[in-house]
Each structure stands twice: as C-alpha cells, then as structure tokens.
Design a binder for this molecule. Structure first.
Ligand SMILES: [Zn+2]
Ligand SMILES: [Zn+2]
Length: 169
C-alpha cells in the first residue's frame, strides 16, 4: 500500500476556455446567478465556482428536449450566432437561451409546486409524469408554463391529483 494521487488537478481545459470568450459569455453566466455580473472576470469566477459535475439539477437545460447535455459553442464570429450559441448534444437543436436549471426554475417560477406537498404535485396531462419543469418567466424559449421532462409535452395547465384529501397544513 502506498500513498497515491498526490495531485488533485481538474482536467478541465482551462486554457481553451479562457481563450475563447464569446460575446454573451458574461450574459450567460449572469442568467445563472442572482447578483448582476458585468465583467468577464466575474463571469469566469462564477464559472469556476460552478463545476459541471455538481448537482445535475443545477445544469441548464435544452429548451427543446430538456436534456442537460448542452454545450456552449465556441463561436468566434457572428455567423455562428444565427443558429444559436448553444447546441444540445441530445436532440442536436441549436438555441441561444438555455432553460434555467431545474433548481433555479423551482426557485423562480411563481407556479412551481411546493416540493414538500408531494400529493399536490401536478402531473403531465399527456403521460402522467410528475417530473415537470415549471418554466420561469425569464425562460423566453418556452411559452408555456410547464414542460414534461418525460415526454417533453408543453402545457399551461397540469393535471392535479389530490386524492388523499386536500393537504391541511
Ligand atoms: Zn435537446
Ligand atoms: Zn409527459
């Protein structure tokens, strides 16, 4: 038995990331936090503080399929922006505005359900799933109030099932 793993370097390619800073880099990170970010340095600080492998519910989502597997495209020139600055590696759609993370959505959306009152959790009217994403107002890419994470249906009024009697607390 011997000591090992003396170094703890992350394998993130930091050089590449610093080298390519798209115009909306600051704005993109600004969307992810409550305080206002106006400089690249601040955005980088936030980016460093938010490694991609933390809570998956902190990941922003593809507005088309709600996949977390979205990538920021290293577009240097304006031509790339016609398609969008992000690409979903799940459904290959391109977009400019990812949906806020699930955690952010539940914090932001006024109609987000109370996670404690599970019996009142709304259900997808199409597949019955309770894995619903409450679309916050700032998520301009989606016009409905809900997206089902299972079947990606979009709707404004979920099905509610409160069969155990209304929660009285
Ligand atoms: Zn997608
Ligand atoms: Zn569904």
């Amino acid at each position: 038995m011997s000591a090992q793993h003396a170094t703890g370097d992350a394998d993130a390619p930091e050089d590449a990331r610093h080298d390519i800073i798209p115009d909306d880099f600051v704005a993109s990170w600004n969307e992810t936090v409550d305080r206002e970010i106006t400089t690249v340095a601040e955005a980088l600080a936030v980016a460093e503080a938010a490694p991609p492998d933390t809570d998956p519910d902190d990941h922003r989502l593809c507005p088309a399929c709600l996949s977390r597997r979205i990538r920021h495209k290293p577009g240097r020139d304006m031509a790339h922006k016609r398609d969008g600055n992000f690409k979903c590696t799940n459904c290959t759609s391109h977009f400019n505005s990812p949906l806020p993370s699930r955690n952010d959505a539940f914090r932001d959306a006024a109609h987000a359900p109370d996670a404690d009152a599970e019996v009142l959790l709304p259900q997808c009217p199409h597949c019955g799933s309770r894995a619903l994403y409450p679309v916050p107002k700032r998520a301009v890419a989606v016009e409905t109030r809900w997206v089902c994470e299972d079947c990606t249906a979009r709707f404004n009024v979920p099905h509610r099932q409160a069969t155990l009697g209304e929660v009285d607390g």
